[in-house]
Design a protein around this ligand. Structure first.
Ligand SMILES: *[C@@H]1O[C@H](CO)[C@@H](O)[C@H](O)[C@H]1NC(C)=O
Length: 322
């Protein structure tokens, strides 16, 4: 994960991170328990760093005023609540390359000491974990026992589900009981978990709202959650290929937030190029930025407004033009 080198981490956690790397696992655990005696959080390797998260989002997430504010607000409220009444359930929606996976990896990075490699961060991808529709019954059993098992080990677990629109319907219904307020086994452990679902569903509808706003000369920042929520919600409910299809998750209102990602404009792609160059330790060069922008396709055809794949291929194209 890229965030390590980006200068948003306070010295304390950077040093701890280094110590964790060089010392043996046992020593690292001692360090954790030591911190736990004094710290507010003493749950597995859950160690939220909100200033770091906010700084990184502000510097590196291009063009997503809604997602940025919403994610931070929801997480802070949830994490600061010592006895949440239900797990935090976020569903991220938007066009390809708009930052959904980036945001989820930042969350793992700034919430858990081990980031995406933490034993308490669980990442599921349909093509890797659930490829064969004919094995659905086994997948259901596996998923249920994994979630239950992992939550028994650590209540503060993060479960990430990628490409929800490529998931065979039916699987998600086993998750439904874990997402609500009623699931209480072994105390209230289950209610401290965080679930994040990612999909492109609703992306076209979000793009349409952004395009109409642009055509009527409204600032992008004026686009509100209130106008996007219903269109995303409808798109999910109408999509039989989305994992929530008939799972009861939408119907029972188990999602705490639908997080919209807006389509990216030319200046956002430029922002991504500059981020990427900084990441590589390369001085910004106009001809590289220009070459990447020139090789980006934009839509709709007339206005040439939004990047067809957001910032998704920026990194690989930079490598080509350097
Ligand atoms: C936790 O989840 C992983 C999949 O991410 C699974 O392989 C493992 O068996 C689970 N652990 C427990 C204790 O259920």
């Amino acid at each position: 994960m890229a965030a390590e080198t980006r200068g948003c981490r306070p010295w304390g956690s950077l040093l701890l991170g280094l110590l964790g790397l060089v010392s043996a696992a046992a020593a690292a655990w001692d360090l954790t328990s030591l911190r736990c005696n004094f710290g507010t959080f003493c749950e597995c390797d859950f160690q939220p760093d909100f200033p770091g998260l906010e700084c990184d989002l502000a510097q590196h997430l291009a063009g997503q005023h809604l997602a940025r504010a919403l994610v931070v607000k929801a997480l802070k409220a949830f994490v600061q609540d010592p006895a949440p009444t239900k797990p935090l359930v976020l569903s991220l929606h938007g066009w390809t390359g708009t930052g959904k996976s980036y945001v989820s990896s930042l969350l793992a990075h700034y919430l858990f000491r081990g980031g995406l490699r933490s034993p308490h961060v669980h990442h599921f991808s349909p093509v890797i974990h659930f490829p064969h529709p004919s094995h659905m019954e086994r997948y259901k059993k596996d998923l249920k026992s994994w979630v239950q098992g992992n939550l028994t080990v650590c209540g503060r677990s993060l479960f990430l589900f990628d490409e929800m629109d490529k998931l065979t319907p039916g699987l998600m219904e086993v998750l439904q009981p874990f997402l609500g307020p009623s699931w209480v086994v072994y105390g209230t452990n289950y209610r401290k978990a965080i679930f994040i679902f990612i999909s492109n569903t609703g992306g076209e509808q979000i793009n349409q709202v952004a395009l109409e706003a642009w055509r009527s000369r409204r600032a992008r920042e004026e686009i509100s959650l209130q106008e996007l929520e219903p269109v995303i919600s409808r798109a999910v409910l109408d999509n039989p290929h989305h994992g929530f299809w008939r799972s009861g998750i939408m119907e029972e209102r188990l999602l705490d937030a639908l997080v919209p990602f807006l389509p990216l404009q030319r200046h956002h792609v430029r922002h991504c190029v500059l981020n990427e160059l900084a990441q590589l330790g390369v001085e910004p060069r106009d001809e590289v930025t220009q070459a990447v922008l020139d090789s980006t396709t934009f839509f709709p055809e007339d206005e040439q407004l939004f990047s067809s794949n957001g910032c998704k291929t920026v990194a690989s194209r930079i490598a080509f033009f350097l």
